[in-house]
Design a protein around this ligand. Structure first.
Ligand code: SAM
Length: 316
C-alpha cells in the first residue's frame, strides 16, 4: 500500500481522518494540517474531498532540526525527473526559511529544478513536490495530480466570501444528508456548499437562495444540479431536512440583525432537521444560547478562525 501525505485545513484533521478511513484507507498518523495514510489503489480515482492536497510519499528522513547545517546534511534517495518545483513548510522555529528547504531538496532530487525563491513561476508542465518538516520526520512527496485537490473542476465562478471547497465538503459530511432529503443554503453565494453536498449525496435535492443576482448567476454557472433563486434568507420556505450555510461573517453584526434568520431556520426545519453552519466565533456564541450544539469544530483558514456548528433547535 503506498504511503500518502494528506494536507488538510487546520481543525478538519479528525474529520478528514474519518473520511479517509471510510474510504478504505489506513490512517497511520494525524498531526496539525496533516495525515499520513496507507492508501488503497482507489485513492487516485476517488480522492478525499476534505483534503487540500495529497502527495505520494517518495522519501521520509528524520527532521533535520533547526539549523541550516542540519538541513544541508539531508540526503535523499528519491529522484525527480524532468522539470519540477518544490513547496515546503515546517512546524517550529528554524534558522532557515521555506526557500532554503525547497532549494536544498530541489538540488538533491536532481532533474530540472525550478526555484520559487525569486517569485518566478515554474513551467506549467512540471511535477510538484512537497516537503513537510513536522518535528519528527521530513516528508518528501510528489503530487499525483496536475492541480491541488482543493481546486475543483466544477468551480467556474466564486463570490466574495466563497468557501474553501474542503471546508464545504466537511460541512456536507457533518450534515449526514440522505437520499430524498431537501437541503437548503439560504446564503448560498456561488453555491459551494450545495455543490459539494450534491457530490456526496446526489439523490437529495438542493436549493440555494442569495439576495445578489451576481451570486445566483455564479451558483448557476457552477452547477446545474442545484436550484438557485434570488431572495432574502429571512423569507425562505420549507420544509427542509438540512440547512447548510455560511452567513456573511466578515462584518460585525448585532444580535437583532441575526434573529430573523435564525427564526426562519426554526420555521422551515422539518422535525429532526439539522443545521450545519460556518459562523464567526461571535455568531456561534449567540446561536449556542438558543440551539442545541451537537458538534463544533474550530478552524483556522485564510487567517481567520471560524467555527463549524452542527445545530438542532432547542425544543421549548
Ligand atoms: C459568505 S457568503 C456565502 C458564500 C458561499 N458559501 C460560497 O461558497 O460562495 C454570504 C452570501 O450571503 C448573501 N447574503 C447576505 N445577506 C443575505 C440575505 N439577507 N439574504 C440572502 N442572501 C444574503 C451574500 O450575497 C453572500 O453571497
Amino acid at each position: 500500500m503506498p504511503l500518502v501525505l494528506v494536507r488538510t485545513v487546520s481543525g478538519l484533521e479528525g474529520l478528514a481522518a474519518e473520511e479517509i478511513a471510510a474510504g478504505g484507507h489506513r490512517v497511520v498518523d494525524v498531526s496539525k494540517r496533516q495525515l499520513i495514510i496507507e492508501a488503497s489503489d482507489e485513492l487516485l480515482g476517488r480522492p478525499p474531498r476534505l483534503a487540500d492536497d495529497v502527495f505520494l510519499v517518495r522519501d521520509a528522513v528524520p527532521d533535520p532540526g533547526r539549523t541550516k547545517d542540519g538541513l544541508r546534511s539531508v540526503s535523499l534517495t528519491a529522484q525527480a525527473l524532468g522539470p519540477f518545483a518544490v513547496s515546503a513548510s515546517f512546524v517550529g522555529e528554524r534558522n532557515f526559511n521555506r526557500y532554503d528547504v525547497e532549494d536544498h531538496v530541489g538540488a538533491v532530487l536532481g532533474g530540472e529544478y525550478h526555484s520559487r525563491r525569486d517569485g518566478a513561476r515554474p513551467p506549467a508542465q512540471r511535477s510538484e513536490w512537497r516537503v513537510v518538516l513536522d518535528g519528527k520526520t521530513m516528508w518528501i512527496g510528489v503530487r499525483p495530480y496536475d492541480v491541488p485537490l482543493h481546486r475543483r473542476a466544477w468551480r467556474q465562478r466564486t463570490v466574495v466570501g466563497s468557501l474553501h471547497p474542503p471546508v464545504a465538503a466537511a460541512m456536507a459530511r457533518l450534515a449526514r444528508i440522505e437520499p430524498g432529503m431537501r437541503v437548503l443554503d439560504p446564503f448560498c453565494g456561488a453555491g459551494t456548499l450545495l455543490v459539494e453536498a450534491h457530490a456526496l449525496e446526489p439523490a437529495a435535492s438542493y436549493r440555494g437562495i442569495d439576495r445578489r443576482a451576481e451570486a445566483v448567476a455564479a451558483a448557476r454557472a457552477n452547477s446545474a444540479a442545484v436550484q438557485v433563486q434570488l431572495g432574502d434568507a429571512a423569507r425562505v420556505s420549507g420544509p427542509v431536512h438540512r440547512i447548510v450555510t455560511n452567513p456573511p461573517w466578515g462584518v460585525r453584526l448585532a444580535v437583532g440583525d441575526l434573529t430573523p434568520y435564525w427564526r426562519a431556520w426554526r420555521r422551515v426545519l422539518a422535525p429532526d432537521g439539522v443545521v450545519v453552519a460556518l459562523l464567526s466565533q461571535e455568531q456561534a456564541a449567540l446561536l449556542e444560547t438558543s440551539w442545541t450544539v451537537q458538534a463544533a469544530y474550530d478552524l483556522s483558514v485564510a487567517g481567520r478562525h471560524p467555527r463549524i456548528v452542527v445545530l438542532t433547535p432547542q425544543r421549548i
